[in-house]
Write a protein that binds this ligand. Sequence first.
Ligand SMILES: *Cc1c(COP(=O)(O)O)cnc(C)c1O
Length: 403
Amino acid sequence: MTSAPPPAPVPLVDLAAQFARLRPRIEARIAKVLAEGRFILGPEVEELEGALARLTGAGHAVTVASGTDALRLALAAEGIGPGDAVFVPAFTFIATAGTVAALNAEPVFVDVDPETYTLSAADLARRIERVARAGRLKPRAVVPVDLFGLPADYAAIGEVARARGLFVLADAAQSLGGAAGGRRVGTLAPATATSFYPSKPLGGYGDGGALFTDDAARAALWRRLRHHGQEGEAAILLGANSRLDTLQAAVLLAKLEAFADELAARARVAGWYDRALPAGVVRPPRPKGVFSAWALYSVQVEGRDAVLAGLAAEGIGARVYYRTALHLQPAFARFGEGPGSLPATEALGRRILSLPLHADLDEATVARVSAALARALGRARAAGPATPRSAGTSPRRRGSRAR
Ligand SMILES: *Cc1c(COP(=O)(O)O)cnc(C)c1O
């Protein structure tokens, strides 16, 4: 008995396809670094910083060793430390809150807007008041996250932060290339951190990150902090070894040439999904005037874990970002208020599911993923609800602000 071979698996991201497309220019860039031999802070690092400043429109771009270091150095540069409260979402990657705790400041978790999945300005205002009233911590900063590539609502968050004198650091690890209100990511907050982790919209072949600001003094401080706090021969403040490798800068310069086309391709894939997905699947938010970098295409479905298993059985590389919000994770539980304290965040953790998305995905494959999702959803429904029906229908879904 013969049967057709199973269709090829569909990976969440496909770095091999991208390499096949960009190989000559990446290899030429790497060969140049090997020939020049300036592996630390070589000319490619400066060239990349210039290109990143032009890409974002920010006055200054400072590269560092990772997105995590970008967040940590930016907070350290503001003098944030013990006794300080830094407001962060819990529906994010570990580093958003981990960097706060690493400086011995305290992450204070804020719920997300159920419509956009990004930090709720209204909940931020409430939590700042509570921290201020309790008096144990000084409200110092807020780190909104551009989740899945969609810029947070910096207009509303900035208003709350200004009224309270809080520093705003954008965690744009997932959103480089995005925009809001006619301004690009990198200029939406006084300081912005991004990541070049391989699977991010602009990814290197290893770790890397960058910071953006219009403030020359702040940029100069970041440059010092990434290089042992050194100025001339003297260590004038406590810094770190957090430089971006010249080799990574070379890879990123090669990929940057294709970045605009890749962003357009990612947006096109997202549009195909929007049209092809079955009913009952909540599409990603598309607030007016806000443009995602489409780091991930994430939907909400009932019976998420059964759907995920159904997709895996068909070779579809879907994944869950983020199943367990930070306030419910062992390392961060002591900063949070336990289950039930962030209702919109917790509801999303039960329903969210990210589908394959990258610049080399074609429409036929999107159709295949969508059909597999429809089958998995049908099977999950037939098997009965795995989670209570009310789990995802947040009471605030309807009445949330328009953007
Ligand atoms: C990837 C990511 C980071 C950390 O970036 P690294 O370069 O991996 O250190 C921080 N925040 C968010 C939201 C991320 O997705």
